[in-house]
Design a binder for this molecule. Structure first.
Ligand SMILES: CC(C)(COP(=O)(O)OP(=O)(O)OC[C@H]1O[C@@H](n2cnc3c(N)ncnc32)[C@H](O)[C@@H]1OP(=O)(O)O)[C@@H](O)C(=O)NCCC(=O)NCCS
Length: 197
């Protein structure tokens, strides 16, 4: 199957969460965690200002569908029980030909330690493998980001590579760990999905 496009119906519901596009009404909640240096330590962006949040909401984060490679879909992670924005999660579509994608996630520390990032990222794997027909989804992290490594392992991604000091990241050399999951691994791990045995 070749991926064509991804047009989810929102909100996407999981056991405890609603995943849905971000809006201007989320600006304050986004700033509360995306402006924090501790949250941004291992992510490829600097602590954000209100102006950057406003600009992102009008551009990258306004995407609600993936229509071609090179695009990414960022969704807010809303706690269903309270309506609070706990964080956000992203699915990149890297290649149409190779059916490749990537996931990422950011949580407000107040909402950490409850499994929300894993639950939201699992829903993004579902979108990527089941709805977009991807063949392979990766996760790339700094080796020191142990909570993120645990998220990827819990999801079922395998560690494939350790790239020693391969990037000068925020003023110091970063060792990158690359994780990956193939579609057959996804359908084996998550029974109940349409193509699982
Ligand atoms: C990476 C990040 C999202 C991980 O957050 P997290 O809260 O550890 O991950 P989850 O939300 O999936 O929660 C998992 C933890 O909750 C625990 N937990 C508690 N109750 C749970 C429940 N009901 N269900 C599932 N897990 C639960 C799990 O045991 C796990 O703890 P452990 O990793 O110590 O074993 C977070 O550290 C973060 O936002 N960091 C900054 C941004 C960042 O670095 N992003 C990744 C870039 S590569």
């Amino acid at each position: 199957m070749s991926p064509t496009e991804l047009r989810p119906t929102y909100p996407i519901t999981t056991e405890r969460l609603l995943l849905r596009p971000l809006t201007e009404a989320d600006a304050e909640a986004l700033l509360a965690y995306r402006s924090r240096p501790d949250v941004c330590r291992y992510v490829p962006f600097e602590p954000m200002t209100p102006e950057v949040i406003t600009e992102r909401l009008a551009t990258h984060w306004a995407t609600t569908a993936l229509t071609d490679e090179g695009q990414s879909l960022t969704l807010g992670i809303e706690v269903a029980a309270t309506g609070q924005l706990a964080g956000d999660v992203i699915l990149f579509w890297h290649s149409r030909q190779h059916r490749g994608g990537e996931i990422g996630y950011v949580l407000h520390p107040d909402h950490a330690g409850q499994g929300y990032a894993t639950e939201a990222a699992q829903a993004m794997l579902k979108l990527g493998f089941e709805d977009l027909g991807l063949h392979r989804i990766i996760g790339r992290i700094d080796e020191r980001n142990e909570p993120s490594a645990r998220v990827l392992r819990r999801l079922g991604l395998r560690q494939e590579a350790r790239l020693v000091h391969n990037e000068l990241f925020k003023g110091e050399w970063s060792t990158e760990i690359d994780f990956a999951m193939l579609s057959e691994e996804y359908f084996a791990k998550y029974p109940g999905s349409p193509q699982s045995a």
